[in-house]
Design a protein around this ligand. Structure first.
Ligand SMILES: O=CCCC(=O)O
Length: 452
């Protein structure tokens, strides 16, 4: 049985019986059968279904948001925003997939030569709990629009969300087999991936999970996309607009109670404005409202599991032994972790070197642009970096020197259906969203006509 537990109350919400071998086989058969039909649908026909599920999401936002909040403790207002973002990705691909996937004619000595983008087949998605609706839609919608069918293994603590997502696809009228939820533990992922009918896998999650699935996929010569952890830096230069920058950095770290791969986790501030910035930052963090995730005005909820909060506590303790100074928060009660700020964090501290998945911000001073670049790039992760400066020429000159998959200037790193999203180094490979994302699970087929 897989148990879903409310992290705020500690109560068991529901237990889910795992799919048996024969159920899994039926799901695979259905997905394969539907693939043969779904791939023949026109882009505009697929778009109708995708638009319809966007509508279902909007009509049932409260129901879906309530389940997100119950299962992983996200404050309800943020859960509603998550559902709305899912509807946005549906609209985006319904409107833009046809253009992204249109044939590309290439002049050669042939009568006609071109590249067309055909689907691959059944694609397996393995998704995490932190944005339990968004992560699934971010993967599933472009994958389906490209003509593939989807099997989804969700995180064990959000099986209620997983069930509701499958229901939403059914309610939107998707043909049977287009999208199916697998009720399995992570141990069974490889056996699904091994099945010949499954052609590729997309995983969002931790490095160990990514590494296990990607090794299996490469052994089987199946493509994979990995979106793993991150330790994004927020770099505040002395000429930044401090008022605006503080607001953005607070959001970047503390939204979703700090549990986001693209959260700003290492705040680097130029020495000349360090003290002023820290003071303004703490004032704003102090004002964040913690409370019951069901309350509309709660901004900081609880962490999704107690073991995650314990781990964060250990990372914080390590930074203190390495010279950092705790200036706000630092205490934990079960899954609740106070919004916490530590300053003078050393580059060898665990909260600098590792990913911190919760409401703890570490601040480190730097002197020069070169030092800032080095601090950003020494991370083993490479999802994104935000730089704050009023000097756009300085920003332009720095962008090419960062290793990350994204550089945002005067803004927090965020995903947007229109822009590619993904990382470098241990943050993974491949891209989601935008026109890059829809081309991850396609066969870029070369076509050559000779006229005799
Ligand atoms: O955890 C990662 C956040 C993902 C996103 O916002 O697209």
């Amino acid at each position: 049985m897989i148990k879903s537990i409310n992290p705020y109350t500690g109560e068991t919400i529901k237990k889910y019986r795992q799919d048996t071998k024969s159920i899994l086989n039926k799901k695979l058969k259905r997905a394969e059968k539907q693939y043969k039909v779904w791939r023949t649908h026109s882009l505009s026909s697929r778009a109708k279904f995708v638009r319809a599920i966007g509508q279902v999401l909007r009509e049932n936002t409260d129901k879906y948001a309530a389940m997100i909040t119950q299962e992983m403790g996200k404050p309800i207002s943020q859960a509603k925003a998550e559902v709305e973002k899912c509807a946005w990705v549906c609209d985006y691909y319904a409107d833009n997939a046809a253009e992204a996937l249109q044939n590309e004619v290439i002049e050669t000595d042939a009568y006609k030569s071109l590249v067309r983008y055909d689907p691959l087949g059944i694609i397996l998605g393995v998704m995490p709990w932190n944005y339990p609706f968004w992560q699934v839609f971010r993967f599933a919608i472009p994958t389906l629009m490209a003509g593939n069918t989807v099997l989804l293994k969700h995180a064990s603590n959000v099986m209620g969300c997983a069930e509701l997502i499958e229901e939403a696809f059914n309610e939107a009228g998707f043909p049977e087999g287009c999208y199916q939820n697998l009720v399995i533990s992570s141990k069974k992922v490889n056996s699904i991936l091994k099945d010949d009918r499954v052609k590729a896998v997309s995983l969002t999650g931790s490095k160990p999970a990514g590494s296990a699935v990607a090794s299996k996929a490469s052994e089987l010569i199946k493509p994979s996309v990995l979106e793993l952890g991150g330790s994004n830096a927020l770099v505040v230069f002395e000429d930044a607009n401090l008022e605006e920058t503080v607001k953005t950095c607070v959001q970047a770290r503390f939204q979703n109670t700090g549990q986001s791969c693209i959260a700003g986790k290492r705040l680097l501030v130029q020495e000349s404005v360090y003290l002023e910035f820290v003071e303004k930052f703490i004032t704003q963090v102090r004002e964040l409202k913690s409370g019951n995730p069901q309350d509309e005005d709660t901004f900081i909820g609880v962490m999704a599991r107690e073991d995650l909060a314990e781990e964060l506590e250990k990372q914080l303790e390590d930074s203190l032994t390495k010279g950092a100074r705790l200036i706000l928060g630092g205490k934990r009660r079960k899954t609740y972790f106070e919004p916490t700020v530590v300053i003078d964090v050393h580059k060898k501290a665990r909260i600098f070197e590792e990913e911190t998945f919760g409401p703890v911000m570490g601040i480190t001073p730097f002197k020069t642009d070169l030092e800032a670049i080095d601090l950003v790039n020494r991370s083993k992760f490479g999802l994104g970096v935000s730089i704050f400066t009023e000097d756009y020429e300085r920003a332009e000159a720095l962008i090419g020197q960062f290793d990350d998959g994204a550089v945002f200037v005067n803004e927090l790193v965020k995903s947007d259906p229109r822009l590619p999203f993904g990382g470098t180094k241990e943050s993974g490979y491949g891209r989601e969203l935008g026109t890059f994302g829809i081309k991850e699970f396609v066969n870029a087929k070369t076509v050559y006509f000779k006229k005799n």
